[in-house]
Design a protein around this ligand. Sequence first.
Ligand code: PEP
Ligand code: MG
Length: 551
Amino acid sequence: MRYSFDIQQQESGVVTRVLPGTGVGAAAVVAPVHRLADRPIQPPPTRRKKSIEEEVVALEQAALAVQNLLQTRASAAAGEISAILTALSAFAADPALLMAAKAEINNGWDSPTAISRAAKSFAQMLQSAGGAFAERAADLDEIALRITAHLTNQEWSVEIPTSGRYVLVAEDLTPADTSQINPKIVVGVITQKGGPTSHTSIICRQMGIAAVVGCAAALELTNGDVVLVDPVGDRVVIDGNLNDATAALPIVDPDAATLIPVYGNIGNQKDAKSVVAMHGAGVGLFRTELLYLDADSSPTISEQRKIYEEVFTELGNRPIVIRTLDAGSDKPLKFLNLAAEENPALGVRGWRIAGPQPQVIFDQLTAIKQAADSTGADVRVMAPMISIPQEAHAFAAMAREVGLHHIGIMIETPAIAFAVRDLAGHVEFVSIGTNDLAQYLFAADRQHNALADFLDPWQPALLRTINRICDDAARIKISVGVCGEAAADPLLAVVLAGIGVNSVSAAAPAIPGVRTRLALVSFDQAKQAADLAMKATSASQAKELVKAYLN
Ligand code: PEP
Ligand code: MG
């Protein structure tokens, strides 16, 4: 068989081949495939043979050429695309990045290796910051690759068709590629990489192009294949017919009632604005550590208060759950001077930093209280990375000491998931961080690409754990939210509501999709979906069963 994906019989009776992925957009299209050239090859790490000066000059010239190219494309583009290209061109000229690359040249590497090493370490920093920062890590890859292509005389011409009607297929599309797309000619996009909030998705959404991203089998498609791009069905169908396209969900009034409220995850004031623009019911997770990733010294109470006031003001009277610093592990904060650890994910992180450095958390809570008082905002506080009830009790006592009263904790470790009843009388809510809960439940590093299947939030064992948390929380009459990535998946949000979760919180771009789903189902349907998912024996089976039931 030529393709490594499912063969299915469509409603029309025709046998077709189906490639699953993540759909972007509402309208399906059918058109022939146009495969883009593969990306340039990153040469293996190579020691410098030329002089330092020669390598530095070559690097500077290549960086300048890339900057100019991107800037030219930015000027020719409009709106969000232009902004993305401008930001990218700024990366190419970033003095810190070039300085780091020059240091690598000094260390004996040639210029392509030097820029790749420098970009990698910057990308890692962004990755460990998580959320929107992590998605920008791919921009650094692109910049390093463009500079490398220039240095090694590799062509990176991506011929985007300028006539006809095509579906573009590529490993991934860079903003520079997408800026050349004419949506009358490129009517669909399929990429092997990318997620619902990657650049490709943002740009396709903006241009109204049907897309399926994160489509693992994309590169098995070849020129001449005719495909149905079915974004609502999260799939590509080879030889598919428009009649086979999954019907789009009806457009739902953004303020329509939903089964459970949909909040937004934020890291700064700009994110808070986006949550409001997306009609989020409030903020379910404010990751405060992201504000201080570069801080060399502890932010003072008044510095913190000012930032919190700005964020709270943006949200008006919507409720906001603010999390105390989740430092350590994937989010190191320089100013805490934490000792290096063998296993940082299992080390001093989250609330555990209150052991050696209680004043840091006490000051943060004080700043939150002051900002809540001065803005009149509806503020709730929670602590990350709690493992035993005594930690929750200590956090609640500290928060009460500064005068805060709406107090909760995150459930991110299996131990606390099974000790929820011991929280009675101390906290009024819990918020499940499915990213870390999955990491610790499955003993699978959340940053390890090869372990992604364990971390799939559809894993039945994770859903059953959430079920247990909800049962115990209901017994002691405290509410349960989910603020990990699980909450950003519309179908899974329905399952969570059916399990008994009282609210979900996701990054702003995911809010409309989640809200639409939650506005269209009844509680009985959600319960049925939850039963199907929890009884499944694999993540993919759970998702397929729920999809078949709800679609
Ligand atoms: C989580 O672990 O699911 C979570 C929301 O926290 P973070 O992703 O910031 O660790
Ligand atoms: Mg977490």
